[in-house]
Design a protein around this ligand. Structure first.
Ligand SMILES: CC(C)(COP(=O)(O)OP(=O)(O)OC[C@H]1O[C@@H](n2cnc3c(N)ncnc32)[C@H](O)[C@@H]1OP(=O)(O)O)[C@@H](O)C(=O)NCCC(=O)NCCS
Length: 216
């Protein structure tokens, strides 16, 4: 009988509110031997991110003995991507799944993702590297979420929606099935998207329109 592999230590980089969410989900998952946080401003924190989760300087965290894995807990999408590249030598990127999330067995999930409490990721959905599916969000069947995108709390994506790289789907918004949210775009909180949102634009409102028109 072969011994089961040792669970890795998890280092959560980013000791802010999003770091708290990631560390909480990581501890609840039971997938890690221990969870610590790290932040450039560790000296000013002087304590714990959560009970039992110390905040260490990056130097101290990077010197912890292995096996270890890394999760970059930064809500800003481009910053999360850049920090992950910088930390590549510290350890492999870990995906964290809160045990209350419902993730279909056929969903394909790349490293570095965070799937938090009460989320649904439907059958054949695909999450690229570093994607956040935040509290209570729904990513329905056959959706494709590009690397470093963020589906914010309570957002709902209908079937086969495509969210491109580093886009933000705002809290409580709804995207109808088969639509696309372009790379680097933002869909505002509470919006209802009824047509494709092009790359690099911010849309808001019900129905969603480019921000300047949504506010006219
Ligand atoms: C849409 C959004 C990107 C606009 O941000 P911004 O460019 O900083 O815009 P401002 O806050 O300066 O607001 C500009 C105008 O848009 C309006 N507006 C802002 N957000 C809006 C929204 N979600 N829906 C409708 N109108 C909105 C403002 O009322 C303002 O209108 P006015 O010019 O008539 O006063 C932002 O408000 C938003 O919804 N981001 C998503 C946040 C989110 O869900 N984050 C996830 C956290 S986990």
């Amino acid at each position: 009988m072969s011994a089961s592999p040792k669970k890795p230590l998890l280092i959560v980089f980013g000791a802010g509110g999003h770091g708290r969410v990631a560390a909480d989900a990581a501890m609840a998952s039971g997938a890690f031997s221990r969870v610590v946080a790290s932040d450039r401003n560790a000296a000013t924190w002087g304590g714990e991110l959560l009970p039992g989760v110390p905040v260490l300087s990056p130097q101290v965290a990077a010197a912890l003995p292995g096996p270890r894995a890394v999760h970059v807990a930064i809500g800003d999408n481009p910053m999360r991507r850049d920090e992950a590249a910088r930390l590549a030598s510290v350890g492999p990127l870990a995906t964290i799944v809160h045990p209350s999330a419902s993730v279909a067995a056929s969903a394909r999930i790349q490293p570095g993702c965070l799937i938090t409490a009460q989320c649904v990721v439907g059958p054949m959905a695909e999450l690229g590297i570093g994607v956040i599916v935040n509290h209570g969000a729904v990513v329905d069947h056959d959706c494709r979420i590009g690397a470093w995108a963020h589906v914010a709390p309570g957002a709902r994506l209908g079937g086969a929606v495509q969210v491109d790289e580093a886009a933000l789907v705002g809290a409580g918004s709804t995207v109808l099935r088969n639509l696309r949210v372009g790379a680097g775009s933002t869909l505002g909180a509470g919006a209802v998207l009824l047509q494709d949102l092009p790359d690099g634009e911010a849309w808001a409102g019900v129905p969603a329109r480019p921000l300047e028109r949504a506010c006219a």
